[in-house]
Structures are given as C-alpha cells and as structure tokens.
Ligand binder design. Structure first.
Ligand SMILES: C[S@@+](CC[C@H](N)C(=O)[O-])C[C@H]1O[C@@H](n2cnc3c(N)ncnc32)[C@H](O)[C@@H]1O
Length: 263
C-alpha cells in the first residue's frame, strides 16, 4: 500500500474518520487516477461509508462488491458464515435470504465443496451487487420478497438456509451511526417494532424449504436472542443460540428434525 498522503489524512481526520491513515492508504491503492482519488476523498469526507466509496468490502477473505446505497457487510457476520460452513455438507443446496450484496452466499460458495448457492433480496441495487459476487456456475441470484422468488424445485431440499435479516427495532433506527442511518437503505435495517418481524417470517417459512435434518441460521442481537429462539421453536425447529464475544455476534441455529411434520 502507498504511504498515506498527509493532506488526505488530515482532511479525513477533520471529517471525523477515526482510522484516517488506514483509510487514506486504501483509497490511494484503489483509485486509478488522481481525479478518481479526489472524488473518492470528497465522498468519504461527506460521510459515505468507506466500503461504498471503495466499491468493495472485505468479508471472509473475499472482496465483496458494494455499491452506494447498498448495505455494507459487517465483520460480525463472518460468525454466521463460520457456523453455517461447519454444518454444511459437500454438494448442499444453500439459500441466502435477504442476501444484500451476497457476502454470506459468496463466502459459503467458496467454503463449501460443490455447494449450490441461491441468494435473494428485495432491493434491486443489492441484487445487482449480489449477481456480481455470487457469480460462479454454482451461484443463482433472485429479486423478490423472502422465499417468493426461489425456484419451487428447492422446496424440501435446502441443507443450509442462512439469513442476515434487518433486525434493528424501528424506534432505534435514529440511534444508528450516521453512515448507516443516512447511506444504507431503511429496508436493510428496520426489523419492525421489536426488530424481529422479518426473522419471524423467515423462521415460519423455513420448514417448507429445508431438507429433513437441514439447518436455519439467522443473525440477531444478544438481547433479541430469546425471542428469536422462541420464533424458531414456534415454527417447528429446534433452536440453539451461539455467540462470539470477539465479533460481538449472536446467531440462532435451528434444526429441522428428520421426523418432523415439515419433512
Ligand atoms: C441487514 S441487511 C443484510 C444483507 C446481507 N445479508 C449481509 O449480511 O451483508 C438486510 C437485507 O435484507 C433485505 N430485505 C429486507 N426485507 C426483505 C424482504 N422482505 N425480502 C427480501 N429481502 C429483504 C434488504 O434489502 C437488505 O439487503
């Protein structure tokens, strides 16, 4: 990486960027021309998330393409990927619902031998990114509401269903950092009154799509975990909560018992 230009560092620092030196290095190594670098520094100083300015986010060792206005994959979500990869078997059908830029699906496609990955999101801008990130012959990306756009042939065949749904309670959106509040779409953040509206819908639909013995994994917060777990159980899945203190991450892992009525 180039030596960070001190003028850019001080501009970013004045704009409130805590890691101004690191960010300057990344911007300098990503821009292809001085004019492009100027434009990128302007956008970052104006408050756009660094990843939207760079055009990519690092996630599970991959560069995930992220366009302006699309949710930036968070490092904490790598914990969900790790849990899912440990449960997946070679050749599994993997579904990434609410896929955003497709970071989880792309990481699982890279981690799981011969996986067939299907990713879907309701936001056209996110789907445009996901089509570029979940792009191997193993990857399929759809636009639409939750399960609606998935091909019917996947019913009862999904080995691992993952979802990082919006889970911020509506009343707490205003407390998010400005980068999220202003530059990520509301549909990516707002999980309804208690933050669990979308999670409940995903859990309710899961037994129809999971293969017998299949797993559902959804990221949530520590505070929401007991209610999220109850939603999994209400839908007929067994459910456990897994947490990582290092990544400040919580995931509910559900299991469809082979003998359950959803078989
Ligand atoms: C928190 S973001 C997570 C994105 C991605 N999974 C990740 O971890 O980077 C939630 C995503 O859910 C999508 N979403 C919200 N409601 C949805 C719905 N009803 N059907 C499909 N996608 C939805 C949003 O567009 C957004 O991309």
């Amino acid at each position: 990486m180039s030596i960070p230009d001190p003028l850019i560092v001080s501009r970013l620092r004045a704009a409130g960027c805590v890691f101004a030196e690191d960010e300057t290095g990344l911007l300098m190594s990503t821009a292809r021309t001085p004019a492009e670098l100027d434009a990128m520094v302007d956008r970052r100083a104006a408050g756009l998330p660094l990843e939207q300015v760079l055009g990519w986010a690092e996630f599970c060792g991959l560069r995930i393409i992220v366009a302006p206005g699309v949710f930036v994959p968070r490092r904490r979500t790598e914990f969900l990927v790790r849990q899912a990869a440990a449960l997946a078997r070679p050749g599994d059908v993997i579904v990434d619902l609410c896929c955003g830029a497709g970071a989880i699906g792309a990481a699982l496609g890279a981690a799981v031998d011969r996986a067939e990955v299907h990713a879907a999101d309701i936001d056209p801008a996110a789907v445009r990114c996901a089509r570029r990130n979940v792009s191997g012959p193993w990857g399929h990306v759809y636009l639409g509401n939750l399960y609606e756009p998935l091909p019917g042939r996947l019913r009862g065949r999904v080995g691992v269903l993952v979802a990082n749904v919006p889970y911020v309670p509506t009343g707490e959106i205003g407390f998010l950092p400005p980068e999220a509040r202003t530059h990520e779409p509301r549909v990516a953040l707002d999980g309804g009154e208690d933050g669990l509206d979308v999670l409940r819908q995903v859990a309710a639909g899961a037994p129809e799509w999971l293969a017998p013995g299949g797993h559902l994994l959804i990221e949530t917060s520590e505070r929401q975990a007991p209610s999220a777990q109850a939603a999994f159980i209400a839908s007929g899945l067994s459910a456990r909560v897994h947490s990582s203190a290092d990544l400040d991450a919580t995931v509910v892992v559900g299991h469809l018992r082979p003998e359950s009525p959803g078989d």
